[in-house]
Design a protein around this ligand. Structure first.
Ligand code: NAD
Length: 503
């Protein structure tokens, strides 16, 4: 293995049927550091539909035995995997920062989320609770059990390269399914690291398969007859395609998509706390979180004060290579993502929003070889403007004005997405009203729009999701289906709803 000034060079393979193998195409793609495009991290298979099909076939074969392997034993493998991730946390976080740019403190959090999720799902191996209910008939027993579905296609984005795969893969496995995993081509190393650990933890061949590559690999996962569940996190545009492609086969499709999340700041809020939350919520992960606080609506009585302090704090953010000491915000993930950010800044200006700070790409040393953009705030944004409605996925926050809680909630709900929202207020009545009336999957009081914990459901409404949730025990509902079982031990025919019981 070659070592550059940043670290190792990895030539990685797919993982199919328990073996690390190259793509049948023989082709590879490069993985480069978004903070320094000269840093080549490694090469990964540019897989073909044939590779995806081979992985699905292996997963289908492995399912026959894995589904019968007792769930507590399946869980023990996950438990060992969680321990291994914890032991290697620092190196895994460094690999992640190098391939996707967010600061080390945050990639450590990403890895920690994978540890938490994997331990959580290991615990589920001894639960996977169903229901037992009294029968309406005598000498009859009634219960429901969870059963696995088969092969699960797991398709993930780049912004949480280990946490999101763990949210999908660990519940799929503990329920007794097998998996074919296609990560984003921008973060294949973290996917490789995660699967390598599952292998070391003792997962049998074919139970987890890794196939790197692009949309054609993803399409096979959405259309192949043997795939029974597709769990996708990514953009709404691709999620729609995934849904359409999977529909003819009646697959169970779990979609987690885009967001345009809002922080609502009332006139009685602790403004210092609200500023802290908006800096972290808006610019953490360079604004590239599905739950990023990309909209802030502030009561007109505290608008000017909030804006002054918010822009003063954001101006101080130190931008640079996420691995650098004291760096608070890393680069955009790619050149095309940076271009999207610059395009939206132009749109915001043309729409008449007031650019308060930022607005430009960062050039010159130490930014010359990376995809860096200034943290950017637009003020006096109107709710109808595109920068207030469309997901930008970069370090751009739109600040709007409101005159009441009702107006803030109206603005908050008036977008096509419904992932996360938050309110800063000291008034419990306002907090509860907003909690009830914001139509989102996640809601925070006196905290920013980010900060989910793994043991509660995660997901969104409207164009963010299709009704499923991941994390928590809600994830088990994606990766299992119910079987209701009736055992009649009366020795005679008993007809439900027809035979009445004498006392
Ligand atoms: P993306 O939609 O471009 O890609 C997501 C994944 O889909 C990648 O692995 C990609 O290779 C794959 N893909 C692309 N075309 C496909 C096709 N035709 N069929 C099947 N798979 C295909 O998203 P991205 O840029 O990687 O991630 C950013 C997006 O993800 C943002 O919109 C963000 O909001 C969203 N996201 C949502 C959540 C959530 O939980 N709601 C979490 C993180 C990110």
């Amino acid at each position: 293995m070659h070592r550059s000034e940043h670290g190792r060079f990895a030539a990685c393979a797919n993982f199919i049927d328990g073996r690390w193998i190259a793509s049948a195409s023989g082709r590879v793609f490069e993985n480069r550091n978004p903070a320094d495009r000269d840093d080549l991290i490694g090469t990964f298979p540019e897989s073909t539909p044939q590779d995806a099909t081979a992985a699905i076939t292996a997963a289908e074969r492995a399912y026959a035995t894995w589904r019968l392997f007792p769930a507590p034993r399946r869980a023990e493998i996950l438990y060992r995997a969680a321990q291994l991730i914890a032991e290697r946390k620092e190196q895994l976080a460094r690999d992640m920062t190098r391939e996707m740019g967010k600061v080390l403190e945050e990639t450590r959090g990403d890895v920690q989320e994978a540890i938490d999720m994997t331990f959580f799902m290991a615990g589920e191996g001894r639960r996977l609770y169903g229901q037992t209910v009294p029968s309406e008939l005598k000498d009859k027993f009634a219960m429901s059990v969870r059963q696995p579905l088969g092969v699960c296609g797991v398709i993930t984005p780049w912004n949480f390269p280990m946490a999101i795969p763990s949210w999908k893969i660990t519940p799929a496995l503990v329920c007794g399914n097998t998996v074919v995993f296609k990560p984003s081509s921008l973060t294949p190393l973290s996917a490789f690291n995660f699967v390598k650990i599952l292998e070391e933890a003792g997962i049998p061949g074919g139970v987890i398969n890794l196939v790197t590559g692009g949309a054609d690999v993803g399409t096979v996962l959405c259309t192949h007859d043997a795939v029974k569940v597709v769990s996708f996190t990514g953009s709404t545009a691709v999620g729609r395609l995934v849904n359409q492609n999977a529909a003819p086969g009646f697959k169970k499709v779990h979609l987690e998509m885009g967001g345009k999340n809002i922080v609502m700041i009332m006139d009685d809020a602790d403004l210092e706390l609200a500023v802290d939350g908006c800096v972290w919520g808006g610019f953490g992960t360079t604004g590239q979180r599905c739950t990023a606080a990309s909209r802030v609506v502030v009561h007109e009585r505290v608008y000017a004060r909030f804006l002054d302090e918010f822009s003063r704090r954001v101006k101080q953010l130190r931008v640079g290579d996420g691995a650098g000491d004291g760096v608070q915000m890393g680069p955009s993930i790619s050149e095309s993502q940076l271009e999207t950010v610059m395009r939206y800044v132009k749109v915001g200006r043309e729409e008449g929003a007031r650019l308060v700070i930022g607005g430009s790409r960062l050039t010159g040393e130490p930014y010359a070889r990376g995809w860096f953009h200034e943290p950017t705030i637009f003020a006096d944004v109107m709710p109808s403007m595109r920068i207030a409605r469309e997901e930008i996925f970069g370090p751009v926050v739109s600040v709007m004005r409101c005159g009441s809680l009702e107006e803030a909630i109206g603005i908050g709900n008036d977008v096509s997405y419904g992932l996360s929202a938050s309110i800063y207020t000291r008034d419990i009545n306002k907090a509860f009203t907003a909690m009830r009336d914001m139509y989102t999957g996640i809601f925070y009081v006196n905290a920013p729009t980010i900060g989910a914990e793994v043991h509660l459901p995660f997901g969104g409404t409207k164009a963010t999701g299709n009704g499923h949730r991941e994390a928590g025990i809600a994830a088990l509902d994606v990766f299992s289906e119910w079987k209701s079982i009736y055992i009649d031990f009366s020795g005679r025919l008993q007809r439900a709803q027809i035979d009445t019981q004498e006392l």
